[in-house]
Design a protein around this ligand. Structure first.
Ligand SMILES: [Zn+2]
Length: 338
C-alpha cells in the first residue's frame, strides 16, 4: 500500500536551499558532558578556565575574573601589550579545540548532516572539529550539504588558487600543494571578515545561499552584540524582512522566546518563524531531507495536503541509521537521473 510516508519520501521537488547557521550553543547541546574523552566545550564565559589560560593572563597581569573572554581578548589586541602572550593564547586555544573528538555513536551533528541535502548549506561559527568529523564519517554514504566555516576551523585547510578546502595536512586535489591551515577568527569586538581571503570566501558562499534560501535555521547562535558585522552581512543577504514573506525562520535555542524574538527581530517576519529548545523538535529532525517540501506544504493557506512527520529514529547505530535514510536517498537519486 502506498502510504503518506511513501509520498513524503518521493517528494523531492524543492531546489531552494535550507540554510543552517550553527553557533556555540549547537556544540554545547550536542555534548553537554563533553566530547568523546570528556573535554568540555569552552564558551566565551568560561574559556579562560576551560582552556587553562590563567597562567598566561596572570603572568602579564591581565585581569580576567568575571569577564567575558571576548572582552579580555579585545583588550589584549587593542593594547598590543605583548604579542608573545597573544600567540601563546592563540596556540593554546588551537590545541584545545584540535583535541576534541566526536563520540563513536551518532550525535546531533551526525543527525544534522544526514538530514540536509546537497542543495543545503551549513554555516558554522564554531572552531571545533565536530561538524567536519561528522561529515567525514558519512561522506561515502550520503550526498552531504555544503559547509562553510565563518570563523575558520581547527580541522580545515584550504587552497585559494583552486578554491578547495579539506582536512588540515591533506593536499589539494588539483595542485597537490598542502592545504594552508585556516586562521581562527579570534573574538575581538570589531571583526573584519574581509581581512582573510579564505574566510571572505566562506562568507560569500553564505550570502549567495541566503539570497536564494527557502528556510533558515539558527541553531545555538546567540548573535553577540560584538558580532555586528556578522548580523549586518546576514541581514543584507536575507533582504528586507517585509519583502520576503514565504520563507520560514526557525530558531533552536535554550533561551526564552522573548529574548530570542528580540535578538532576531530584523529577520523575523510577523509569523513566519518558530522557536524550539530541542534539535529533535526542529524541522530538520522531524522532516529529515524534506525540510523545505514539508514547510511548503504546511504554509499553504488552504487545505494543506496531509504531510506526515518522519522523525529521525532515536537510538540507532550507524549501520541502521544509514539504512533508515536509504529510501530518502534513493528517491533523490532517481530525481537527479530523470
Ligand atoms: Zn590547489
Amino acid at each position: 500500500m502506498y502510504t503518506n510516508i511513501d509520498k513524503l519520501i518521493e517528494d523531492t521537488w524543492m531546489g531552494k536551499p535550507h540554510v543552517v547557521i550553527l553557533g556555540a550553543g549547537a556544540s554545547i547541546a550536542a555534548f553537554p558532558d563533553g566530547d568523546r574523552n570528556g573535554y568540555k566545550l569552552p564558551m566565551m564565559s568560561n574559556l579562560v578556565e576551560t582552556v587553562a589560560l590563567d597562567h598566561e593572563l596572570n603572568e602579564y597581569g591581565i585581569t580576567y575574573e568575571g569577564r567575558n573572554f571576548e572582552e579580555v581578548y579585545s583588550e589584549l589586541i587593542r593594547t598590543r601589550k605583548n604579542m608573545r602572550v597573544i600567540e601563546a593564547i592563540n596556540g593554546k586555544i588551537w590545541d584545545y579545540f584540535s583535541r576534541l573528538r566526536l563520540p563513536d555513536y551518532p550525535t546531533i551533528y551526525d543527525h544534522l548532516v544526514l538530514s540536509l541535502r546537497n542543495k543545503d548549506l551549513i554555516a558554522t561559527f564554531n572552531w571545533d572539529p565536530f561538524l567536519y568529523q561528522a561529515c567525514w564519517r558519512h561522506n561515502k554514504k550520503v550526498k552531504l550539504p555544503m559547509v562553510v566555516y565563518l570563523h575558520g576551523n581547527v580541522s580545515i585547510g584550504y587552497c585559494l588558487t583552486d578554491m578547495k578546502k579539506g582536512l588540515i595536512g591533506r593536499r589539494c586535489s588539483v595542485c597537490s600543494k598542502q592545504y594552508s591551515p585556516s586562521k581562527l577568527l579570534y573574538p575581538i569586538k570589531k571583526k573584519d571578515y574581509s581581512l582573510d581571503s579564505f574566510i571572505q570566501g566562506e562568507w560569500k558562499a553564505l550570502r549567495m545561499y541566503l539570497e536564494d534560501a527557502y528556510m533558515l535555521t539558527i541553531f545555538g547562535y546567540s548573535a553577540p552584540q560584538s558580532d555586528v558585522e556578522a548580523i549586518e552581512l546576514m541581514k543584507g543577504a536575507w533582504g528586507d524582512k517585509y519583502q520576503r514573506d514565504i520563507e520560514q525562520i526557525e530558531i533552536i535555542d535554550i533561551k526564552d522566546e522573548e529574548e530570542l524574538r528580540d535578538t532576531w527581530k530584523d529577520f523575523i517576519h510577523t509569523h513566519h518563524y518558530s522557536v524550539t529548545n530541542d534539535f529533535y523538535k526542529s524541522s530538520i529532525a522531524l522532516f529529515p531531507r524534506r525540510t523545505c517540501e514539508a514547510e511548503w506544504n504546511y504554509s499553504m493557506p488552504e487545505k494543506p495536503e496531509f504531510y506526515p512527520q518522519n522523525p529521525i529514529p532515536g537510538n540507532l547505530g550507524f549501520e541502521e541509521l544509514w539504512k533508515w535514510y536509504g529510501p530518502l536517498l534513493q528517491a533523490e537519486n532517481k530525481k537527479t537521473q530523470t
